[in-house]
Design a protein around this ligand. Structure first.
Ligand code: BDR
Ligand code: CA
Length: 302
C-alpha cells in the first residue's frame, strides 16, 4: 500500500476522487488536506467531511490555505459544483470536525517522518502551495492531485488560457513547478479525455442504495454544468479522479519531461508555458488510456 495525502478543494470531481482513493487497496490515505478553490475553505472542508461520513471513513482532515499566496481570491462559478460544492445535494452538517493541526504542519510532519531527503524542499513547497498530492512512502514522490492546465495544447477551462486551479493561485503553481521536486502534472490535456458518460448516473441510481443515489445526483449536477457550458458534451471530465488513477497505476498515462512556467501577469495569467529547455523539469502527462482508466474507476467507485 502506498501512503498518500490527498489535497482537495471539494468539489464534485474531488468527491469522486476521494471515494476512488479510499476504495483502492493500492493506496493508504493517511490524511485529506483541504484548500480554497471550488468553494471557500470552510465549505470545501465541510464537503470533504460529508463525503467521509457517507463512506463511514474516519481519515483525518486538515485545513489548509483559505486564500492565494499573493493575490485575492478569484471566485469560481458556483454553478459548476453547486452552492454547497456537492451539487446542492447535502443539507446535513458533518458530525466530525477538521483536526486542529493545519494542513501544512501535517504534511511537513508526515514527510519528515517518512524521509530525510525531502524535508526542506517539501517545507518550502508545502508552506507556499495549496493543492497537490503526495506519496509519503520510502520513495516519496510529489504529484498534483488537482490538474493543471497544459495550455500549450489544451485550452484553459476558466479563461482561454488558464485552468481553474492555476488561475486560483498562479504564483503557487509556478513555485511548485520550479521547486525541483518530482512533480507530475495531470493536466487538461489528459483529464479532458477522461469523460464519464452521462448515462452512468442512471446505472448508479438503478443500484438503488442511498449511496448510489447520492453519487448519481451529485454527479448529474456536474454533468449538467458541462452541458450548459458545452452543449452536447455528454458527460463530465474526471479531472481529480485521474490524478488518483495515475497514483494507483502510472501506466494509465504517458509522460514527457518539460520545464513549466506560469504566466503571472496580464490577459494570459495562469497560462502554463512549457519548454524542452531549462531546469527543473516536471513530468507532464500528455496521453491517457482513457477507456482503461474509466473501467478501473467505475469498477471501484460504487
Ligand atoms: C478543476 O477545478 C475544479 O473544478 C475541479 O475540482 C478540478 O480540480 C477543473 O479544472
Ligand atoms: Ca479539485
Amino acid at each position: 500500500m502506498k501512503p498518500v495525502i490527498v489535497d482537495v478543494d471539494t468539489g464534485i470531481d474531488d468527491a469522486l476522487a476521494i471515494t476512488y482513493a479510499l476504495k483502492s487497496p493500492e493506496l493508504d490515505v493517511i490524511g485529506l488536506t483541504t484548500c480554497f478553490g471550488n468553494n471557500s475553505l470552510e465549505n470545501t472542508t465541510r464537503s470533504t467531511l460529508v463525503i467521509l461520513e457517507r463512506l463511514r471513513k474516519t481519515v483525518p482532515v486538515y485545513m489548509g490555505a483559505d486564500k492565494p499566496l499573493k493575490r485575492g481570491i478569484t471566485k469560481f462559478p458556483l454553478n459548476v459544483h453547486g452552492e454547497d460544492g456537492l451539487g446542492n445535494n447535502f443539507s446535513e452538517n458533518p458530525v466530525r470536525e477538521a483536526e486542529a493541526e493545519s494542513a501544512v504542519d501535517f504534511i511537513i510532519s508526515q514527510v519528515k517522518a517518512s524521509t530525510r531527503n525531502y524535508t526542506n524542499s517539501s517545507r518550502a513547497v508545502n508552506e507556499s502551495c495549496p493543492g497537490y498530492y503526495k506519496s509519503t512512502g520510502d520513495n516519496p514522490s510529489f504529484q498534483r492531485s488537482d490538474h493543471y492546465g497544459w495550455c500549450s495544447v489544451a485550452p484553459g477551462n476558466v479563461t482561454p488560457y488558464s485552468e481553474a486551479n492555476i488561475l486560483a493561485d498562479p504564483e503557487a503553481a509556478d513555485y511548485v513547478f520550479s521547486s525541483g521536486l518530482p512533480v507530475t502534472i495531470v493536466g487538461l490535456d489528459v483529464t479532458m479525455k477522461t469523460i464519464l458518460p452521462a448515462a452512468t448516473t442512471d446505472e448508479w441510481r438503478a443500484i438503488g442504495t442511498d449511496e448510489s443515489r447520492f453519487y448519481a445526483d451529485m454527479t448529474d449536477f456536474y454533468i449538467q454544468a458541462y452541458e450548459t457550458f458545452e452543449p452536447g458534451f455528454g458527460g463530465c471530465a474526471l479531472h481529480d479522479p485521474l490524478a488518483v488513477g495515475v497514483a494507483i497505476d502510472p501506466d494509465f498515462v504517458k509522460r514527457e519531461e518539460w520545464n513549466v512556467k506560469v504566466v503571472l501577469d496580464g490577459e494570459e495569467t495562469g497560462r502554463t508555458v512549457a519548454s524542452a529547455e531549462g531546469e527543473p523539469k516536471v513530468q507532464v502527462c500528455t496521453e491517457v488510456k482513457a477507456e482503461q482508466f474509466l473501467d478501473h474507476f467505475l469498477g471501484r467507485i460504487l
